[in-house]
Design a protein around this ligand. Structure first.
Ligand code: AR6
Length: 199
């Protein structure tokens, strides 16, 4: 496992990158809608009806083609802990994965569901031949999940997924978190360091 810290020439302010089982795991501090990757993950609600936070930003910038497809393909929405793909409209990605994490005020302490949300996206990435996926910090905004435990769940799920596919011929090369505050960035940074020490 290898670690490095770097800056790049894009608008992304801070970056942190580690290698886990020969896959890259990266952190950036910045807006998820400007990322150029194969799949951008949306922190959606079960009705896939849009909303605030990441969901609002993705639909605003991505345009109506995204909602048009989700309405047609998933009229009954998406279960908590799962994810469904759509086109990415105007965004610089091939897909949006609409992922529904648990809401603390309805389903507290369901880190198993949070983990399942991340896993569903990683499986979709493989199925849809994606090299790169960017996640927001699912459930830790308006859904109220605590950042410390949620970042550990997110990082552990991704690290364990990398372990489960190591040595297989998969398209996936890197997973990135696009974090929206320095506090969240630090939480994910700590979660990665903890994962590396325990692994
Ligand atoms: N780029 C990256 N991260 C962002 C951005 C952005 N443009 N905007 C917000 N965040 P949330 P949830 C961060 O509330 O908790 C919606 O209304 C934000 O600071 O977007 O899963 C849906 O429709 C926080 O750290 O998602 C659902 O009803 C993180 O993204 C509900 O919110 C997640 O915050 C889902 O709630």
């Amino acid at each position: 496992m290898k670690k490095d810290m770097f800056n790049d020439s894009s608008n992304l302010l801070v970056n942190y990158r580690v290698e886990i089982y020969s896959y890259q795991l990266e952190l950036v501090l910045g807006d998820i809608t400007i990322q150029e990757v194969d799949a951008i993950v949306n922190a959606a609600n079960p009705y896939l009806e849009g909303g605030g936070g990441v969901d609002g930003a993705i639909h605003r910038k991505g345009g109506p083609a995204i909602m048009k497809e989700t309405r047609e393909k998933y009229p009954s929405g998406c279960k908590t802990g799962a994810a469904v793909p759509s086109n990415a409209g105007n965004l610089k990605a091939k897909y949006i994965f609409h992922a529904v994490g648990p809401c603390w005020y309805v389903q507290p302490d369901r880190f198993d569901l949070l983990s399942s949300t991340y896993n569903s996206c990683l499986k979709l990435a493989i199925e849809l031949n994606c090299k790169s996926v960017v996640f927001p910090s699912i459930s830790t905004g308006s859904y109220g999940y605590p950042i410390k435990e949620s970042s550990v769940t997110a990082v552990n799920t991704i690290g364990d997924f990398f372990r489960s596919i190591q040595g297989q011929n998969t398209p996936l090369e890197f997973v990135r978190f696009s974090l929206f505050s320095e506090q969240d960035f630090t939480a994910y940074h700590n979660a990665i360091d903890k994962y590396l020490i325990s692994g």
